[in-house]
Write a protein that binds this ligand. Structure first.
Ligand SMILES: Cc1cc2nc3c(=O)[nH]c(=O)nc-3n(C[C@H](O)[C@H](O)[C@H](O)COP(=O)(O)OP(=O)(O)OC[C@H]3O[C@@H](n4cnc5c(N)ncnc54)[C@H](O)[C@@H]3O)c2cc1C
Length: 308
């Protein structure tokens, strides 16, 4: 049994930022990360919206610095998956396949699952496939794009993308009558001459050479398959958080996101959460880092009180 002041579950931007703050506060700090530490941003070839970086840094390069920083501050990072937890007791227990850890405080930073279920999606991730208009729209200035829309969030992103792209094909796998997209947004999209709405249509494959040049789409009514000549494909599936392993432990919202207070506290004393896996408005590196810092400072204050 290994004991730490803080165990952080997930080594993406939120977890690494939390590790830097916790370790700098002289808390013994362990990060459990099931893959390579760095999180989903490792899939980005170019980050354009993290303050101080514009077009000259990739996800892997930025995250290598964050890993190095966390280790420099004294945090440990191990490649293990948190499988079962006991978070309700004062001493928290975290089990991985290899070890059992005890901690005074736990910071949950599991993010959302990594995508890549479509044919070609993984190959062209960062080479024309994107999940974030805020992050990548500027790369598609004057170009043709397709956006897979399932709900209001996707439609909002498609409308925003028209400020940059020459044309935006919006695929929607439902009928208008299914009302998955609100009437108000639909009207806005219909009035926008850059948007071409393709009802009852799904993107089923992404093709290209060095970069994306085609989205293969399927009409769900007649199964007809055709191709859209596009330079970019934005995917907005209905994301659910990677929190199945937390069920019955902390309070989650209806989509599985962890409910937190402004101090990143969950409903359990000594248990905090940060980043994309929490119920929040904006899922980005900068907000994940901010959440992680807040969670670590809140955890430090909690542990200090425990030790008094
Ligand atoms: C291709 C791509 C490009 C993007 N571009 C940008 C951009 O330009 N700018 C921007 O701000 N944002 C961008 N984003 C969004 C950004 O990556 C996320 O907002 C950010 O990574 C969230 O950080 P996080 O730490 O909360 O979660 P994640 O990055 O998802 O990290 C969570 C980590 O937890 C690990 N984990 C999950 N469960 C467990 C478990 N049980 N045990 C151990 N480890 C676990 C996962 O393996 C993962 O590494 C992009 C995302 C993608 C996919």
């Amino acid at each position: 049994m290994q004991k730490y002041d803080v165990v952080i579950i997930g080594g993406g931007p939120a977890g690494l930022a939390a590790a830097i703050y916790a370790a700098r506060a002289k808390l013994t700090t362990l990060v459990l990360e099931k893959d390579e530490a760095g999180g989903r941003i490792l899939g980005s070839r170019e980050i354009d919206n993290y303050p101080g970086y514009f077009g000259d840094v990739s996800g892997p390069v930025l995250m290598a610095k964050w890993r190095e920083h966390a280790l420099y501050c004294g945090a440990e990072i191990v490649q293990e998956t948190a499988e079962s937890l006991d978070l309700a007791s004062e001493i928290k227990t975290i089990n991985t396949e290899e070890n059992t850890y005890e901690a005074a405080a736990v910071i949950l930073c599991p993010g959302v699952p990594k995508e890549n279920s479509l044919k070609g999606e993984k190959t062209f991730m960062g080479r024309g496939v994107s999940y974030c208009v805020n992050c990548d729209a500027t790369f598609f200035e004057g170009l043709s794009t397709a956006v897979a829309v399932y709900n209001d969030h996707g439609m909002e992103e498609a409308i925003f993308l028209t400020r940059f792209a020459k044309e935006v094909y919006v695929t929607i796998p439902f009928n208008k009558s299914d009302e998955k997209v609100s009437e108000e947004l639909l009207k806005e999209a219909q009035a926008n001459n850059k948007i071409k709405l393709l009802w009852h249509t799904n993107i089923i494959e992404i093709q290209g050479d060095a970069m994306v040049n085609k989205a293969i789409i399927q009409n769900m009514e007649n199964n007809e398959i055709s191709g859209l000549e596009v330079n970019g494909v934005f995917l907005f599936p209905e994301l659910t958080a990677s929190t199945a392993f937390l069920a019955g432990q902390v309070e989650l919202d209806s989509k599985g996101y962890i409910k937190v207070s402004e101090k990143m506290e969950t409903n359990l004393a000594g248990v905090y959460a940060a980043g994309d896996g929490t119920h929040k408005f904006l899922r980005q590196v900068v907000t994940a880092a901010s959440d992680g810092a807040i969670a670590a400072v809140a955890a430090e204050k909690y542990i200090s009180k425990l030790k008094k």
